[in-house]
Design a protein around this ligand. Structure first.
Ligand code: ADP
Ligand code: MG
Length: 296
């Protein structure tokens, strides 16, 4: 078995049209440049980068919505950039790599939740009982089994996004790419979606790629990759990446708020130790610091 579920080698992509659809050589936009990146099976990866840095372009290349201008992509050891790649092969890759987008309204196709989740498996031509099993188990995984017969448009944003995720899970993908899937949700909806992402990763062994601009979300992943102007700028554990505060600032990003706060206190001369990537860690670090100060 291949250790790397995804491998990109010197990957580049240039849009040859501008967003309005006018073609002009002068307007070629290199969206991704020379990306070499390996993602291991079962990894929980966050991708960060300011607006327009190329994150969605990368997601679309991995899902074969776009074809690279240069470079190679291997999915599970298979070169998807090979000349002889057929329509069937593309279909197989899309089954393997599911995508959840920002706006749940654009992803729901049916008028009843269960039909929406069944849509993908039906297209695979699976037997009825298998479709039913997958619909039930997928809705249970996202905690929406009680909404099976509800109308998707009446659900909250977070619930809609969970139904969209169930529709992807029902295809049994190996990787799910969440492209800013929490950006339109309220804090509760965001938390629910993040919990599902993490459950899918830990309990179902699905490789999760969370493209996000929420630092606190990225801090929860096993690994963080930062893309800046189409190039891979940072890659490492959240602790390592978020310690490079000046570098993050120069790329228009911040470290998680707790981390920024503790680093500011350190700069101001406080002898404060410990991690502060998540709210919980920050509270613990500040608590320990204050307790220590009191006893001196
Ligand atoms: P991100 O998801 O990080 O915000 P994108 O991958 O969407 O970034 O965009 C990367 C660059 O490519 C940006 O400069 C953007 O304007 C450009 N771009 C994105 N989509 C298109 C498109 N369909 N046509 C032309 N340029 C595009
Ligand atoms: Mg994007």
């Amino acid at each position: 078995m291949n250790d790397y579920i995804i491998k990109c080698e010197n990957l580049g992509f240039t849009y040859s049209e501008n967003i309005e659809g006018e073609t002009s050589a002068a307007e070629e936009i290199p969206a991704l440049k020379n990306i070499t990146l390996g993602i291991k099976r079962g990894e929980y990866l966050a991708v960060l980068g300011h607006n327009g840095s190329g994150k969605s372009t990368l997601a679309k290349l991995l899902n074969m919505i776009l074809t690279p201008t240069v470079g190679k992509i291997y999915i599970d050891g298979v070169d998807i950039t090979a000349e002889d790649f057929t329509e069937d092969d593309v279909f197989a890759i899309r089954r393997k790599i599911g995508m959840v987008f920002q706006n749940p309204d654009n992803q729901l196709v049916a008028t009843v939740v269960e039909e929406d989740v069944a849509f993908g498996p039906e297209n695979l031509g699976l037997p009825r009982e298998e479709i039913r099993r997958r619909v039930n188990s997928s809705l249970a995984l996202v905690g929406m089994q009680n909404y099976m017969r509800h109308a998707p448009h009446k659900l909250s944003g977070g619930q809609k996004q969970r139904v969209a995720i169930a529709g992807i899970i029902a295809m049994k993908p190996e990787v799910i790419i969440f492209d800013e899937s929490t950006a339109m949700l309220d804090p509760l909806g965001r938390r629910e979606v993040i919990e599902i992402m993490e459950r899918l990763n830990r309990e179902e062994g699905i490789t999760v790629i969370n493209i996000t601009h929420y630092m606190e979300e990225a801090a929860r992943a096993d690994r963080v990759v930062v893309i800046n102007d189409g190039e891979l700028a940072l890659d490492g554990t959240p602790k390592k990446v978020f310690s490079k505060v000046a570098r993050l600032h120069s790329m228009g990003l911040e470290a998680p708020q707790g981390n920024e706060l503790v680093l500011l206190l350190r700069d101001a001369g406080c002898r404060i130790d410990g991690d502060s990537l998540t709210e919980e860690e920050c509270v613990e670090t500040l608590y320990n610091f204050i307790s220590k100060e009191k006893t001196i």
